[in-house]
Write a protein that binds this ligand. Structure first.
Ligand code: SF4
Length: 363
């Protein structure tokens, strides 16, 4: 896991910090974790090897950032602008930033942040209901492109349904506390969070059991080396893969005489060539986000014209045209906002259909 720690040290902030792993690890070396200093790795993303290649190359482009502190801690205010510049420059990497201090984020952003950097995911940590209700309303109002919630160390059952229903959260990660003084994590809380994710089309990841794990009323002391593997064994993660195989859906659609009536004309394909496939994808994203994704879309049932744009035709062919069709063919319930994952998946389906149809023409 590629990690970049531009500074080290932190101040305890809320109940989730009680047994902080940074403090635990530092105390083993007699180090005071409350002293916050820049590290030697401060400018790691800019460092190159003798062949002129960047040293920091994330696996799958992902870099976990500031894992031995909090990215938005006050002591780092004067250093952060340099960090933003490096993040902006390394657009080939994706930076994951985990914070408990989300309430400080708005005063810590660079001038060119806009609606958020594409290559940054902000993860807001909530250890219990109180912190979830304090931090998540702020989190949802901030300009951020990719949002995750981390419920770790999970100290109670946490109901975040109303925040997930906004469709702005793409993933929830849960886990228990590690260390000798770990507090109990109950499997029922984990399952409840999973249920909330399932209902709202949000990805879910059970990261670790923690050291004291209660299941079916029985308490287990789980050794550190088994905490992650045991969580994986539960097999309860929900993942919406980016490269989903849609062949089953396309087979079903081909069995419908209504759906298979829709075809792209030569004119549509010429339009696609002229605009370029990325522009058509952005149109698809726009149509689906504005006309299908709201909890109660305007003119539902009539919001997608039968002609006028290749994406409209693809939406009818793929049953992505109104919320009734979405329910019937894709099992996405009405009366709730579509999540980012669901929108991306529907755009992928529509675009795959368009690509398949375009192959029938040599224009
Ligand atoms: S915010 Fe994170 S790093 Fe800082 S004390 Fe709390 S748990 Fe530790």
């Amino acid at each position: 896991m590629p990690v970049w720690n531009p500074w080290h040290g932190c101040r305890k902030y809320s109940s989730g910090c009680k047994n902080c792993y940074v403090y635990r690890r530092d105390s083993a070396f007699g180090k005071d974790s409350s002293v916050i200093n820049k590290t030697k790795a401060f400018d790691l993303p800019l460092k190159k090897d003798r062949n002129g290649r960047y040293k920091l190359l994330g696996s799958a482009g992902v870099v976990y950032t500031c894992m031995t502190s909090d990215f938005f801690i006050e002591e780092a205010d004067e250093w952060r602008s340099e960090i933003w510049k490096m993040i902006s420059l390394r657009s080939d990497l994706h930076f994951i930033i985990i914070t408990k201090r989300i309430v400080r984020m708005s005063e810590c952003l660079p001038e060119n942040w806009g609606s958020g950097y594409d290559n940054v995911t902000i993860c807001c940590t909530c250890e219990n209901q109180e912190e979830a209700d304090r931090r998540l309303p702020v989190f949802l109002e901030l300009p951020i492109k990719h949002r995750h919630i981390i419920e770790e160390p999970m100290l109670s059952d946490i109901n975040i349904s109303k925040y997930l229903e906004t469709g702005k959260i793409s993933r929830v990660i849960c886990g228990g506390e590690s260390g000798d003084n770990a507090r109990i994590c109950d499997y029922e809380w984990i399952l409840d969070s999973r249920k909330q994710c399932e209902k709202t089309g949000t990805e879910f990841y059970f990261k670790q059991t923690g050291a004291k794990f209660r299941k079916d009323g029985r308490l287990y002391n789980v050794k550190r080396k088994y905490q992650m593997s045991q969580a994986q064994k539960a097999g309860i993660n929900i993942v919406y893969e980016k490269t989903k195989d849609h062949s089953v859906l396309f087979n079903r659609l081909s069995g419908s005489s209504f759906r298979s009536r829709f075809r792209l004309s030569e004119r549509d394909v010429l339009y696609i060539k002229e605009k370029g496939i990325e522009t058509i994808r952005s149109h698809a994203n726009d149509f689906i986000t504005k006309r299908l994704a709201p909890e109660y879309p305007e003119n539902d049932g009539k919001q997608t014209p039968m002609r006028g744009h290749p994406v409209f035709i693809a939406q009818h062919a793929c049953a992505c045209c109104c919320r009734d069709c979405l329910y019937k063919w894709h099992r996405i319930e009405k009366g709730r906002k579509l999540s980012e994952n669901e929108i991306n998946d529907l755009v992928d389906i529509v675009m795959e259909w368009i690509q398949r149809q375009s192959e029938n023409y040599r224009v």
